[in-house]
Design a protein around this ligand. Structure first.
Ligand code: HEC
Length: 160
């Protein structure tokens, strides 16, 4: 007669073997992922300091800002005490190490207060360009896009 506990311990052993192999199998499975991850990191090497908007775009952004935002954030973007300042240390404290996409999306989904998402995607991109300009980030030859996948690749950093 077979001792049932032997069969049981074999099953246990097999289960243990499988479990201990799992991390190894998992690490094999993540190799293609890790190269995709590296590609993402490279794509995010671009920062706001690489000339990611144009002066003309920031000019359009300023006009839209004055119509849609200045009532609360004021003409100098310093805020009115309730609406926060959008320039200087408050800008970099809020957005550093995030992407332009994070900032663009936060603005588009919450501002103007009371009428979020009421501007066109390019209107929000223009305002984002204006915010960069007012934070002394230099302009370049290409406009800031309004596609969030493209904006995701541009990181906000405090220093160059
Ligand atoms: C009616 C007043 C009002 C208007 C108009 C307005 N804001 Fe605001 N804004 C606020 C207030 C109040 C806050 C702080 C509370 C909050 O984040 O909702 C704020 C917060 C913000 C923030 C910080 C959000 C965050 O996640 O930290 C940004 C950026 C901003 N506004 C940009 C804009 C822009 C750009 C416009 C124009 C398209 C605009 N606001 C229009 C009142 C306003």
């Amino acid at each position: 007669m077979r001792n049932p506990s032997i069969g049981q311990s074999r099953r246990l052993f097999a289960a243990f073997l499988l479990a201990s192999l799992c991390p190894f199998v998992a690490s094999l499975a993540t190799i293609p992922d890790s190269s995709a991850f590296t590609a993402t990191v490279f794509a995010q090497d671009q920062t706001i300091w690489d000339g990611v908007y144009t002066d003309e775009q920031a000019g359009r952004g300023q006009r839209t800002y004055e119509q849609e935002c200045a009532a609360c954030h004021l003409d100098d973007l310093m805020g009115d005490g309730i609406a926060p300042s959008l320039v200087g240390s408050s800008f970099f404290f809020r957005w550093s190490d995030l992407s332009i996409s994070d900032m663009y999306t936060a603005i588009r989904t919450t501002m103007p207060q009371g009428a979020p998402a009421s501007l066109s995607p390019s209107g929000y991109a223009d305002i984002s360009a204006y915010l960069l300009q007012k934070n002394n980030v230099p302009a370049g030859d290409t406009e800031l896009p309004s596609d969030t996948d493209d904006l995701e690749a541009i990181m906000i950093t405090e220093a160059q």
